[in-house]
Design a protein around this ligand. Sequence first.
Ligand code: BEZ
Length: 248
Amino acid sequence: MQRWDAERYARHAGFVPEMAGPLLDLLAARPGERVLDLGCGDGVLTAKLAATGVEVVGVDASAEQVAAARAKGLDARLMDGHELAFGPEFDAAFSNAALHWMRAPDRPIDGVWRALKPGGRFAGDMGGAGNIASVVEALGQALARRGFDAVSANPWYFPDAADYGARLLRRGFAVERIALVPRPTPLPGPLEDWLDTFAGGFLAPVPETERLVVKREVTAALRPRLVNKEGVWVVDYVRLRFLAWKPT
Ligand code: BEZ
């Protein structure tokens, strides 16, 4: 199971909300609008929007992250993205780096649909097809070498535009844009920190006593591909970014 440690997240994953500029541009939230932040995490992005006069409600499935968001004075609620419990009260919804954790993708899409007023919009930025492919491959190989099923251990859903676009359309959304965007992402520290922060679920089948060895193995395998001349880890992120509308 993936566990979120809010303090570790703030230390090692600050780049996640920092790189959300294109998503915020797509969302184009206006002061006074009521906006749902699906997968708000520790609320850094939620707070940024709230500071512009947007009335933001954040939801997240992690109690620790919700507590961290509330500590920032935000309206953050503990709620699984698969089970959004809102009626049509939002002008817009957005989700940054969260939808790829939701393995039954039609359920968050359905929940957002129900949460939006007619004419409301849904902007998303998530891992798309090919996202962190090198890391997925190296983790998969390390697990397979130990006899674990790497496919079922993989906690992430990285769809392409055709797949996710079709799901949005099937629910009734009008899709204004959807595209894969390669975004090589420099990490603030070593890959081990990234693995500790994000890959707990992938490593869950490995006995705890062996996880350090696996992480070292993965790091050694990826170093030649992902460390640049300056010694910075640059991971092969690919975003799937979209904007869709609930018709009036
Ligand atoms: C992402 O934002 O693409 C991502 C983050 C953590 C794990 C997997 C993907």
